[in-house]
Design a protein around this ligand. Structure first.
Ligand code: ADP
Ligand code: TRP
Length: 329
Protein backbone atom coordinates (compact mmCIF):
# COMPACT_ATOMS: atom_id res chain seq x y z
CA UNK A 1 0.00 0.00 0.00
CA UNK A 2 1.28 3.47 -0.84
CA UNK A 3 2.23 5.67 2.08
CA UNK A 4 1.13 9.29 2.33
CA UNK A 5 3.16 11.17 4.90
CA UNK A 6 3.24 14.72 6.13
CA UNK A 7 4.81 16.61 9.01
CA UNK A 8 3.27 19.44 10.96
CA UNK A 9 5.58 21.91 12.64
CA UNK A 10 4.34 22.99 16.09
CA UNK A 11 5.42 26.61 16.04
CA UNK A 12 2.27 28.38 17.14
CA UNK A 13 -1.44 28.31 17.68
CA UNK A 14 -3.43 27.12 14.64
CA UNK A 15 -5.51 29.63 12.71
CA UNK A 16 -8.31 29.30 10.17
CA UNK A 17 -5.79 29.65 7.32
CA UNK A 18 -4.09 26.46 8.54
CA UNK A 19 -7.46 24.74 8.78
CA UNK A 20 -8.84 25.62 5.34
CA UNK A 21 -5.42 25.61 3.66
CA UNK A 22 -3.96 22.38 5.04
CA UNK A 23 -5.68 20.49 7.87
CA UNK A 24 -9.06 19.98 6.21
CA UNK A 25 -7.63 18.58 2.95
CA UNK A 26 -5.13 16.34 4.70
CA UNK A 27 -7.82 14.83 6.90
CA UNK A 28 -10.12 14.30 3.92
CA UNK A 29 -7.27 12.60 2.11
CA UNK A 30 -6.54 10.35 5.11
CA UNK A 31 -9.99 8.83 4.71
CA UNK A 32 -8.96 7.32 1.36
CA UNK A 33 -8.39 3.67 2.20
CA UNK A 34 -6.12 3.13 -0.82
CA UNK A 35 -3.31 4.74 1.15
CA UNK A 36 -1.73 4.40 4.56
CA UNK A 37 -1.60 7.91 6.02
CA UNK A 38 1.15 8.91 8.40
CA UNK A 39 0.90 12.34 10.04
CA UNK A 40 3.53 13.39 12.51
CA UNK A 41 4.34 16.38 14.67
CA UNK A 42 7.74 17.67 13.59
CA UNK A 43 8.65 18.82 17.09
CA UNK A 44 12.43 18.72 16.68
CA UNK A 45 12.12 20.78 13.51
CA UNK A 46 10.45 23.48 15.57
CA UNK A 47 13.49 23.76 17.90
CA UNK A 48 14.85 25.87 15.13
CA UNK A 49 12.62 28.74 16.25
CA UNK A 50 11.19 27.66 19.62
CA UNK A 51 13.72 27.99 22.41
CA UNK A 52 11.28 27.97 25.32
CA UNK A 53 10.58 24.53 26.88
CA UNK A 54 7.07 25.48 28.01
CA UNK A 55 6.11 26.73 24.55
CA UNK A 56 7.70 23.66 22.97
CA UNK A 57 5.36 21.43 24.98
CA UNK A 58 2.33 23.67 24.67
CA UNK A 59 2.47 23.94 20.89
CA UNK A 60 2.98 20.19 20.55
CA UNK A 61 -0.15 19.44 22.58
CA UNK A 62 -2.08 22.19 20.81
CA UNK A 63 -1.22 20.81 17.38
CA UNK A 64 -2.10 17.25 18.42
CA UNK A 65 -5.43 18.38 19.92
CA UNK A 66 -6.16 20.47 16.83
CA UNK A 67 -5.73 17.60 14.38
CA UNK A 68 -7.72 15.21 16.57
CA UNK A 69 -10.50 17.78 16.99
CA UNK A 70 -10.61 18.37 13.23
CA UNK A 71 -11.32 14.69 12.60
CA UNK A 72 -8.01 12.84 12.40
CA UNK A 73 -8.84 9.24 13.28
CA UNK A 74 -5.85 7.72 15.11
CA UNK A 75 -7.15 4.23 14.33
CA UNK A 76 -6.78 4.91 10.62
CA UNK A 77 -3.84 7.32 10.54
CA UNK A 78 -0.44 6.65 12.07
CA UNK A 79 -0.19 9.79 14.21
CA UNK A 80 3.06 10.30 16.10
CA UNK A 81 5.71 12.69 17.31
CA UNK A 82 8.96 12.89 15.34
CA UNK A 83 11.01 12.89 18.56
CA UNK A 84 9.46 9.57 19.61
CA UNK A 85 11.13 7.86 16.66
CA UNK A 86 14.84 8.11 17.48
CA UNK A 87 15.75 6.16 14.33
CA UNK A 88 14.92 9.34 12.37
CA UNK A 89 17.86 11.13 13.96
CA UNK A 90 20.20 8.20 13.38
CA UNK A 91 19.25 8.19 9.71
CA UNK A 92 19.61 11.97 9.66
CA UNK A 93 23.31 11.61 10.49
CA UNK A 94 23.88 8.94 7.88
CA UNK A 95 22.14 11.07 5.24
CA UNK A 96 24.35 14.05 6.15
CA UNK A 97 27.23 12.06 4.76
CA UNK A 98 25.77 11.67 1.28
CA UNK A 99 24.38 15.20 1.09
CA UNK A 100 26.53 17.73 -0.79
CA UNK A 101 26.82 20.98 1.14
CA UNK A 102 26.09 22.82 -2.12
CA UNK A 103 22.60 21.30 -2.21
CA UNK A 104 21.80 22.89 1.14
CA UNK A 105 23.44 26.20 0.18
CA UNK A 106 20.65 26.52 -2.38
CA UNK A 107 17.78 25.91 0.06
CA UNK A 108 15.38 28.89 0.10
CA UNK A 109 15.14 29.42 3.87
CA UNK A 110 18.92 29.47 4.27
CA UNK A 111 19.51 31.60 1.19
CA UNK A 112 16.89 34.12 2.28
CA UNK A 113 18.55 34.50 5.68
CA UNK A 114 22.00 34.99 4.06
CA UNK A 115 20.54 37.62 1.73
CA UNK A 116 18.91 39.41 4.64
CA UNK A 117 22.24 39.42 6.51
CA UNK A 118 24.06 40.83 3.49
CA UNK A 119 21.46 43.55 3.06
CA UNK A 120 21.91 44.50 6.71
CA UNK A 121 25.71 44.55 6.38
CA UNK A 122 26.04 41.60 8.73
CA UNK A 123 28.24 38.55 8.45
CA UNK A 124 26.59 36.18 5.91
CA UNK A 125 26.03 33.49 8.58
CA UNK A 126 24.94 35.79 11.37
CA UNK A 127 22.12 34.21 13.41
CA UNK A 128 22.12 31.03 11.30
CA UNK A 129 22.40 27.79 13.24
CA UNK A 130 23.05 24.32 11.88
CA UNK A 131 19.42 23.43 12.62
CA UNK A 132 18.34 25.91 9.96
CA UNK A 133 21.06 24.88 7.51
CA UNK A 134 20.46 21.12 7.91
CA UNK A 135 16.66 21.39 8.18
CA UNK A 136 16.10 19.76 4.75
CA UNK A 137 18.22 16.71 5.68
CA UNK A 138 16.10 16.02 8.77
CA UNK A 139 13.03 16.40 6.61
CA UNK A 140 14.49 13.87 4.14
CA UNK A 141 15.08 11.47 7.05
CA UNK A 142 11.42 11.90 8.17
CA UNK A 143 10.23 10.94 4.71
CA UNK A 144 12.73 8.29 3.62
CA UNK A 145 12.68 6.30 6.85
CA UNK A 146 8.98 5.59 6.35
CA UNK A 147 9.41 4.78 2.64
CA UNK A 148 6.73 7.34 1.94
CA UNK A 149 5.41 7.70 -1.61
CA UNK A 150 3.34 10.88 -1.51
CA UNK A 151 4.01 13.99 0.53
CA UNK A 152 1.15 16.48 0.74
CA UNK A 153 2.61 19.93 1.36
CA UNK A 154 2.06 23.58 0.62
CA UNK A 155 3.90 25.23 -2.28
CA UNK A 156 6.48 26.64 0.16
CA UNK A 157 7.72 23.12 0.93
CA UNK A 158 8.19 22.01 -2.68
CA UNK A 159 11.93 22.61 -2.67
CA UNK A 160 12.36 20.59 0.52
CA UNK A 161 10.76 17.59 -1.17
CA UNK A 162 13.04 18.07 -4.18
CA UNK A 163 16.00 17.95 -1.81
CA UNK A 164 14.66 14.78 -0.15
CA UNK A 165 14.43 13.15 -3.59
CA UNK A 166 18.02 14.12 -4.37
CA UNK A 167 19.23 12.74 -1.04
CA UNK A 168 17.39 9.44 -1.66
CA UNK A 169 19.14 9.15 -5.03
CA UNK A 170 22.56 10.01 -3.58
CA UNK A 171 22.19 7.30 -0.95
CA UNK A 172 20.86 4.71 -3.40
CA UNK A 173 23.74 5.43 -5.78
CA UNK A 174 26.38 5.28 -3.07
CA UNK A 175 25.21 2.18 -1.20
CA UNK A 176 22.63 0.38 -3.35
CA UNK A 177 18.89 0.59 -3.78
CA UNK A 178 17.19 1.34 -0.49
CA UNK A 179 14.87 4.33 -0.46
CA UNK A 180 11.66 5.03 -2.32
CA UNK A 181 12.03 8.35 -4.15
CA UNK A 182 9.02 10.31 -2.86
CA UNK A 183 6.70 12.61 -4.78
CA UNK A 184 5.29 15.90 -3.56
CA UNK A 185 1.54 16.32 -3.66
CA UNK A 186 0.44 19.93 -3.80
CA UNK A 187 -3.34 20.08 -3.92
CA UNK A 188 -4.20 22.89 -6.37
CA UNK A 189 -7.56 23.60 -4.81
CA UNK A 190 -5.77 25.14 -1.82
CA UNK A 191 -6.47 28.83 -1.95
CA UNK A 192 -4.92 31.43 0.26
CA UNK A 193 -6.98 32.47 3.25
CA UNK A 194 -6.94 36.22 3.76
CA UNK A 195 -6.03 37.69 7.15
CA UNK A 196 -7.58 40.51 9.19
CA UNK A 197 -5.56 43.12 7.29
CA UNK A 198 -6.21 41.75 3.79
CA UNK A 199 -2.76 40.13 3.44
CA UNK A 200 -2.26 36.33 3.56
CA UNK A 201 -3.28 35.09 7.00
CA UNK A 202 -0.09 34.12 8.82
CA UNK A 203 1.28 33.88 12.33
CA UNK A 204 4.21 35.98 11.19
CA UNK A 205 1.89 38.85 10.15
CA UNK A 206 -0.07 38.74 13.39
CA UNK A 207 -3.30 38.95 11.41
CA UNK A 208 -4.87 35.61 12.28
CA UNK A 209 -8.21 34.32 13.45
CA UNK A 210 -7.46 31.51 15.88
CA UNK A 211 -9.16 28.25 15.06
CA UNK A 212 -9.83 27.27 18.65
CA UNK A 213 -9.77 30.46 20.68
CA UNK A 214 -12.72 31.23 22.95
CA UNK A 215 -15.99 32.51 21.50
CA UNK A 216 -15.05 35.91 22.86
CA UNK A 217 -11.72 35.90 21.05
CA UNK A 218 -13.37 34.73 17.82
CA UNK A 219 -15.82 37.62 18.05
CA UNK A 220 -13.13 40.20 18.76
CA UNK A 221 -10.87 38.92 15.96
CA UNK A 222 -13.73 38.99 13.45
CA UNK A 223 -14.51 42.52 14.58
CA UNK A 224 -10.95 43.50 13.64
CA UNK A 225 -11.31 42.50 9.97
CA UNK A 226 -10.49 45.63 8.00
CA UNK A 227 -13.40 47.09 6.01
CA UNK A 228 -13.85 50.31 4.04
CA UNK A 229 -15.72 53.40 5.17
CA UNK A 230 -18.94 52.87 3.19
CA UNK A 231 -22.18 53.69 4.99
CA UNK A 232 -24.65 50.84 5.77
CA UNK A 233 -27.05 51.89 2.98
CA UNK A 234 -24.49 51.69 0.19
CA UNK A 235 -24.38 48.47 -1.91
CA UNK A 236 -21.13 46.60 -1.28
CA UNK A 237 -18.63 44.68 -3.36
CA UNK A 238 -18.26 41.02 -2.31
CA UNK A 239 -14.60 41.19 -3.28
CA UNK A 240 -13.47 42.08 0.24
CA UNK A 241 -11.81 40.34 3.22
CA UNK A 242 -14.90 39.98 5.38
CA UNK A 243 -16.92 38.38 2.59
CA UNK A 244 -14.07 36.00 1.77
CA UNK A 245 -13.77 34.97 5.40
CA UNK A 246 -17.55 34.62 5.74
CA UNK A 247 -17.61 32.35 2.64
CA UNK A 248 -15.25 29.87 4.25
CA UNK A 249 -17.84 29.03 6.89
CA UNK A 250 -21.15 29.65 5.13
CA UNK A 251 -23.36 27.09 3.44
CA UNK A 252 -24.85 27.83 0.02
CA UNK A 253 -28.03 29.37 1.38
CA UNK A 254 -26.18 31.62 3.82
CA UNK A 255 -23.90 32.67 0.99
CA UNK A 256 -26.80 33.61 -1.28
CA UNK A 257 -28.52 35.57 1.51
CA UNK A 258 -25.34 37.49 2.22
CA UNK A 259 -24.85 38.32 -1.46
CA UNK A 260 -28.36 39.82 -1.54
CA UNK A 261 -27.65 41.85 1.61
CA UNK A 262 -24.41 43.13 0.05
CA UNK A 263 -26.30 44.21 -3.09
CA UNK A 264 -29.00 45.95 -1.07
CA UNK A 265 -26.67 47.57 1.45
CA UNK A 266 -25.77 46.30 4.92
CA UNK A 267 -23.63 47.78 7.71
CA UNK A 268 -20.20 46.26 8.30
CA UNK A 269 -21.09 45.73 11.96
CA UNK A 270 -24.03 43.58 10.92
CA UNK A 271 -21.86 41.60 8.46
CA UNK A 272 -19.37 40.94 11.24
CA UNK A 273 -22.11 39.84 13.62
CA UNK A 274 -23.47 37.33 11.09
CA UNK A 275 -19.95 36.16 10.22
CA UNK A 276 -19.26 35.49 13.88
CA UNK A 277 -22.47 33.50 14.28
CA UNK A 278 -21.84 31.39 11.19
CA UNK A 279 -18.16 30.84 12.03
CA UNK A 280 -18.93 29.98 15.63
CA UNK A 281 -21.58 27.43 14.64
CA UNK A 282 -19.06 25.85 12.29
CA UNK A 283 -16.24 25.76 14.82
CA UNK A 284 -18.15 24.99 18.06
CA UNK A 285 -18.36 21.17 17.80
CA UNK A 286 -14.66 20.94 16.91
CA UNK A 287 -13.77 23.42 19.66
CA UNK A 288 -15.52 21.21 22.18
CA UNK A 289 -13.39 18.24 21.15
CA UNK A 290 -10.28 20.43 21.18
CA UNK A 291 -10.96 21.58 24.72
CA UNK A 292 -11.57 18.00 25.76
CA UNK A 293 -8.14 16.93 24.53
CA UNK A 294 -6.38 19.96 25.98
CA UNK A 295 -7.93 19.14 29.35
CA UNK A 296 -7.07 15.43 28.98
CA UNK A 297 -3.49 15.53 27.76
CA UNK A 298 -2.87 11.96 28.90
CA UNK A 299 -5.22 10.87 26.10
CA UNK A 300 -3.07 12.72 23.61
CA UNK A 301 0.01 11.03 25.11
CA UNK A 302 -1.59 7.62 24.72
CA UNK A 303 -2.58 8.25 21.10
CA UNK A 304 0.87 9.53 20.16
CA UNK A 305 2.62 6.69 21.99
CA UNK A 306 0.54 4.12 20.13
CA UNK A 307 1.33 5.93 16.86
CA UNK A 308 5.05 5.96 17.65
CA UNK A 309 5.05 2.18 18.16
CA UNK A 310 3.60 1.70 14.67
CA UNK A 311 5.94 4.27 13.12
CA UNK A 312 9.01 2.77 14.81
CA UNK A 313 8.22 -0.63 13.38
CA UNK A 314 8.55 0.78 9.87
CA UNK A 315 11.56 2.90 10.84
CA UNK A 316 13.37 -0.08 12.38
CA UNK A 317 12.89 -2.14 9.22
CA UNK A 318 14.31 0.67 7.10
CA UNK A 319 17.26 1.11 9.45
CA UNK A 320 18.04 -2.58 9.27
CA UNK A 321 18.36 -2.25 5.50
CA UNK A 322 20.41 0.94 5.82
CA UNK A 323 22.77 -0.58 8.37
CA UNK A 324 23.38 -3.61 6.19
CA UNK A 325 24.10 -1.40 3.19
CA UNK A 326 26.60 0.82 5.00
CA UNK A 327 28.30 -2.21 6.54
CA UNK A 328 27.44 -1.67 10.19
CA UNK A 329 25.87 -5.13 10.33
P1 ADP B 1 1.96 30.46 9.23
O1 ADP B 1 2.17 31.21 7.94
O2 ADP B 1 0.83 31.04 9.99
O3 ADP B 1 3.23 30.33 10.04
P2 ADP B 1 2.45 27.72 8.62
O4 ADP B 1 3.62 28.09 7.77
O5 ADP B 1 2.72 27.06 9.94
O6 ADP B 1 1.54 29.00 8.82
O7 ADP B 1 1.49 26.79 7.75
C1 ADP B 1 1.04 25.50 8.08
C2 ADP B 1 0.18 25.02 6.92
O8 ADP B 1 -0.97 25.86 6.73
C3 ADP B 1 0.91 25.01 5.57
O9 ADP B 1 0.55 23.86 4.85
C4 ADP B 1 0.41 26.25 4.86
O10 ADP B 1 0.42 26.10 3.46
C5 ADP B 1 -1.02 26.39 5.40
N1 ADP B 1 -1.39 27.82 5.48
C6 ADP B 1 -0.87 28.75 6.32
N2 ADP B 1 -1.43 29.95 6.14
C7 ADP B 1 -2.33 29.80 5.14
C8 ADP B 1 -3.25 30.69 4.48
N3 ADP B 1 -3.35 31.97 4.82
N4 ADP B 1 -4.03 30.19 3.50
C9 ADP B 1 -3.96 28.88 3.15
N5 ADP B 1 -3.12 28.00 3.73
C10 ADP B 1 -2.31 28.44 4.71
N1 TRP C 1 8.97 21.51 6.99
C1 TRP C 1 7.56 21.27 7.06
C2 TRP C 1 6.86 22.64 7.32
O1 TRP C 1 7.52 23.58 7.71
C3 TRP C 1 7.21 20.30 8.15
C4 TRP C 1 7.83 18.96 7.91
C5 TRP C 1 8.86 18.39 8.60
C6 TRP C 1 7.45 18.03 6.90
N2 TRP C 1 9.17 17.17 8.11
C7 TRP C 1 8.32 16.90 7.07
C8 TRP C 1 6.48 18.05 5.90
C9 TRP C 1 8.21 15.80 6.22
C10 TRP C 1 6.37 16.93 5.05
C11 TRP C 1 7.25 15.81 5.22
O2 TRP C 1 5.66 22.75 7.13
Amino acid sequence: MEIVLTGIKPTGTSHIGNYFGAIKQAIEFSKNSNYLSMFFIADYHSLNTIKDPELFQRYTYEIAATWLACGLDPNKVVFYKQSDVPEVFELNWILNNVTPKGLLNRAHAYKAKVEENKNNNLDADSGINMGLFCYPVLMAADILIMNANKIPVGQDQKQHIEIAKEIARYFNNAFGSCFTVPEEFIPDSVGTVIGLDGRKMSKSYNNTINLFGSEKLLKSQINKIVTNSQTPEEPKDTNCSIFKIFSLFANLQQLEEMKIKFAQGIGWGEVKKITFEVANTFIAPMREKYNYYINNKSEIDKILEAGAIKARKIAEETMLKVKKLIGKI
